[in-house]
Design a protein. Structure first.
Length: 149
């Protein structure tokens, strides 16, 4: 695990802010971490929600400086955010990332939602690279069913 901000900039603000045991302010950059995956320049970031204290929340900021700084240090960065119906993060970050991939519950049955979200991302200035259907149920072929018994 590493810091997910090469220059201390972030794309969110935690409010109210906290102070550490030493009395110094706890920086917003301490709420996000990064993990290398595969090659050296492919990183996955993670907001450390468990570090929030009661009454704190994170607000997304329009912060192109963060994304510009990150591009100098990584070829790929994946930002996993909450579902669009629970959070506006995807729309707030859409204009600053290279592409958005929508993860949709295949069993939800609402075929209008992915195109509507794609359109909202594009209206926000972002690009939608595709849709990933999650929890797709499939029936194994007969030969595999026999092996699985």
């Amino acid at each position: 695990m590493s810091r997910a901000t090469p220059d201390g900039s972030v794309f969110f603000q935690v409010v109210p802010s906290l102070k550490g045991v030493d009395g110094r302010p706890w920086g917003d950059d301490r709420y996000i971490s990064a993990y290398p995956v595969g090659g050296r320049r492919w990183w996955v970031t993670r907001f450390r929600r468990e570090a929030l204290r009661t009454g704190q929340s994170a607000r997304i900021l329009a912060a192109p400086a963060y994304w510009d700084a990150l591009r100098n240090h990584a070829d790929w960065v994946i930002v996993d955010c909450p579902a669009a119906e629970r959070s506006r993060i995807v729309l707030a970050t859409a204009p600053f990332v290279d592409a958005n991939i929508l993860v949709v519950a295949a069993e939800a049955g609402d075929s209008d939602r992915p195109p509507a979200l794609r359109d909202a991302i594009e209206r926000a200035g972002g690009a939608c690279a595709g849709v990933f259907l999650n929890h797709v149920r499939t029936t194994p072929p007969p030969f595999l069913k026999r092996l699985l018994r």
